[in-house]
Design a protein around this ligand. Structure first.
Ligand code: PLP
Length: 383
């Protein structure tokens, strides 16, 4: 095919999948853990020996994701955290990484513990501050990785990916971007200079809150990527065949889901922004957001389905607000078809500085007026 096709077409057709033998347009669920050898003792299908090191069931999902990110190769993992761990396991002791001081709590917490054990130094930067990013990268002679998560979770800071790539490369480091929140439909970090993109495919890529999965996508096969490929092959944090087929099915509708969730989120952000019971809204789509200009440059087609807002009142009043919700579900996670809301201060330790009156909202694809009505009745104090 000569004319490049759009992400919606790649996703809907699972990258033109047609089974060569049966003509099926959905890949068969292949649950075999082992693969036969021929009479000369060679694998019947090159590369297929044992399902922990290579598995035909996730190849197609990896192909779709690599094309959506405009990358060379994608690797699926058993979870987003397993994908992150595979990246860090390839570092030697004495390495140094540059991480945002405010980010998805699971990544912050795991990297802090792991790097301490493995004698890997961490320098932190303020994710909304280019001066701080530059200073952290240039603080020491050696830099191995620079990590970016934008918009960040749950404070919704915006980091300039293009600038981070320039600074990382000037220091001889790789830039790795957690692209879970925007998805490749809104931001393609590899096109902005990143070397590796990471996803919790548990979130918008699968989109139905029924699969735990992670992914890495590379721009090209640099030596570090080869170490990651070996790491998954040998340590074996692979996705199960069933989860891979669920993910491939989920990704067929990712374009529609992300479009609708972004539209809903934009409406809800404007509604909350003018609400008398709301102190502030953290959403990069609002012109009042300090990262709006950078977000407009590096996000296309929407500002995502995730936001946080601050209730006028204390912790007790904030918990009372979510207690009054009838349609929105009080649960962690994001990127699903159903809207979820979470009081992050109850989850993260106080040191992360998440305000007690902050609620994180992961907007789904429901009728937006229903969501707005529920939020409005919950925000109004009861007499
Ligand atoms: C959920 C999430 C992760 C972790 O992924 P799991 O699939 O839960 O292991 C990492 N980063 C971000 C931004 C996430 O939202």
């Amino acid at each position: 095919m000569t004319r490049p096709v759009a992400p919606a077409t790649i996703a809907a057709k699972a990258d033109h999948y047609v089974d060569a033998q049966s003509g099926a347009i959905v890949p068969p669920l292949n649950t075999s853990t082992t693969f036969a050898r021929d009479t000369g003792n060679q694998p019947m299908n090159a590369g297929h020996v044992y399902a922990r090191d290579n598995n035909p069931s996730f190849v197609q999902a990896e192909r779709v994701l690599a094309r959506l990110e405009n990358g060379e190769q994608a690797l699926l993992f058993a979870s987003g955290m397993a994908a992150i761990a595979a990246v860090f396991y390839t570092l030697e002791s004495g390495a140094r990484v540059v991480l945002p001081q405010s980010m998805y709590w699971g990544v912050f917490s795991w990297t802090r513990q792991y790097c301490a054990r493995a004698s890997i130094a961490i320098s932190y930067y303020a994710p909304d501050d280019a001066v701080s990013l530059r200073a952290a990268i240039q603080a020491e002679e050696r830099t191995d990785f620079v990590w970016v998560e934008t918009p960040s979770n749950p404070m919704m800071h915006i980091t300039d990916i293009r600038l981070a790539a320039e600074l990382a490369h000037a220091a001889g480091a790789l830039l790795i971007v957690d692209n879970t929140v925007p998805t490749p439909l809104l931001t393609r970090p590899l096109e902005l200079g990143a070397d590796i993109v990471m996803h919790s495919a548990t979130k918008s890529l699968n989109g139905h809150s029924d699969v735990i999965a992670g992914a890495l996508v590379s721009r090209d096969s640099h030596p570090h990527w080869q170490r990651i490929v070996t790491e998954r092959h040998d340590a074996g944090a692979v996705i199960s065949p069933f989860d891979a087929s669920m993910l491939l099915r989920g990704m067929r509708t990712v374009v529609l889901r992300v479009e609708r969730a972004c539209q809903n989120a934009a409406r809800i952000a404007r509604f909350l922004h003018q609400h008398e019971r709301v102190e502030g809204v953290l959403y990069p789509g609002l012109e009042s957001h300090p990262g709006h200009d950078i977000a407009r440059q590096q996000m296309c087609g929407g500002y995502g389905s995730l936001m946080s807002f601050l209730v006028k009142g204390d912790r007790a009043e904030t918990l009372a607000v979510i207690g009054r919700l009838q349609l929105l579900v009080r649960a962690t996670s994001l990127g699903g078809v159903e809207t979820l809301i979470e009081h992050r201060h109850s989850i993260e330790p106080p040191e992360t500085g998440v305000p007690e009156n902050l609620l994180r909202l992961a907007v789904g694809i429901e009728e937006v007026d229903d969501l707005i009505h529920d939020l409005d009745q919950a925000l109004r104090p009861t007499a």
